[in-house]
Design a binder for this molecule. Sequence first.
Ligand SMILES: Cc1cc2nc3c(=O)[nH]c(=O)nc-3n(C[C@H](O)[C@H](O)[C@H](O)COP(=O)(O)OP(=O)(O)OC[C@H]3O[C@@H](n4cnc5c(N)ncnc54)[C@H](O)[C@@H]3O)c2cc1C
Length: 157
Amino acid sequence: MQEISIDAQAKIAKISPSVSGNTLNKKLREEYDLFTPSAHGVNVGMGGFMMCGGHGWNSRQFGLGCENLLALDLVTAEGKLIHASETENSDYLWAARGSGPGFFGAATRYYVKLHERPPVTKIKWRTVSARSTGTRSDLVHRCAAPPFRAILKWFSS
Ligand SMILES: Cc1cc2nc3c(=O)[nH]c(=O)nc-3n(C[C@H](O)[C@H](O)[C@H](O)COP(=O)(O)OP(=O)(O)OC[C@H]3O[C@@H](n4cnc5c(N)ncnc54)[C@H](O)[C@@H]3O)c2cc1C
């Protein structure tokens, strides 16, 4: 059920609904140096994230999850499998971008917009990743680490 296929040229990922943000972005990082906004909770499914609006990593730069939903395949209430995009069955795409539990079909595949991987994509508790370059961001790391060390010291004193 965890299907991911990437068209790096067109910058589109076709995914099954249960694929988590972490699974998708790990593959994008390791194999393509690409990225798409996903939930701050790494195991959150991309399907519910995008259909519920989706405010995630780097959304200030790349928009909400639903803005990165380019198209979907879905089964309608009448039992028909259709494709919805901005040019085909566009009402369904419009509804999928944020209707969440109110959506009136069952999505089977999502087509997600991809971006060039930015230098910083997520902040962990004690470290800052700058994974597209393969190095830590020294500047942000220096800013983030001392307060955490101070808090730990305070707890253990
Ligand atoms: C630990 C954690 C961290 C989170 N962090 C963020 C965050 O940073 N940003 C953010 O925006 N949200 C966040 N969320 C909320 C998260 O985006 C929603 O809970 C989302 O619904 C989870 O996705 P899911 O695929 O598990 O969806 P589900 O909970 O399975 O589904 C949510 C709704 O979407 C609809 N839906 C889902 N899949 C389909 C489908 N295939 N076809 C039709 N309808 C479908 C259903 O109607 C369902 O009611 C977080 C949630 C958790 C638990």
